[in-house]
Design a protein around this ligand. Structure first.
Ligand code: HEC
Length: 139
């Protein structure tokens, strides 16, 4: 009898364990609600995928991609970075906001055909964390 009762409660026991483990970072980041402090830390961690090509500080160097200081709210390929942008990104003249950055980061070359950033981030919650991070460190 006690054993059967335990089995009946097992699913909720597992849900409770996941709930308690989430703030400790013991579950995959994708399961943690967006907008928490945890998501912000996640942005810094995820941005390591970008640092081979981008710096974020004011006056920072261009690498394989442009320095990103002041990018949020700016027009695509229009900041004074001295970077050799693709004509496609210049002509797109996008305003970088939550939506355009989300689409860009998902698949840059599909969003702006002819542009030259070679990586995309498939998971929406990771893009959100990256955009939050960019807003924080590039102004
Ligand atoms: C392999 C190099 C590379 C990596 C890695 C990379 N980028 Fe880029 N990024 C570029 C290039 C090149 C451009 C300019 C594209 C063009 O001119 O068409 C660019 C442009 C951008 C722009 C637009 C800049 C502007 O002035 O309009 C943003 C925003 C951006 N990248 C964010 C990111 C983020 C966030 C990551 C990490 C998830 C990332 N990039 C990873 C190469 C890279």
């Amino acid at each position: 009898m006690p054993r059967r009762r335990f089995a009946r409660h097992l699913p909720s026991a597992l849900a409770l364990t996941a709930f308690l483990a989430a703030p400790l970072g013991l579950v995959p980041p994708g399961l943690v609600p967006i907008g928490t402090a945890y998501a912000q830390d996640d942005g810094a961690r995820l941005f390591r995928r970008c640092t081979s090509c981008h710096t974020t500080e004011q006056g920072g160097a261009n690498k394989a991609g442009p320095n990103l200081w002041g990018v949020v709210g700016a027009t695509s390929a229009a900041r004074d970075t001295g970077f050799n942008y693709s004509p496609a990104l210049r002509e797109a003249a996008l305003e970088w906001n939550d939506e355009t950055l989300d689409q860009w980061l998902a698949d840059p070359r599909a969003f702006v055909p002819g542009s030259r950033m070679p990586i995309g981030i498939a998971r929406p919650e990771q893009r959100q964390a990256l955009i939050a991070y960019l807003k924080e460190v590039t102004r």
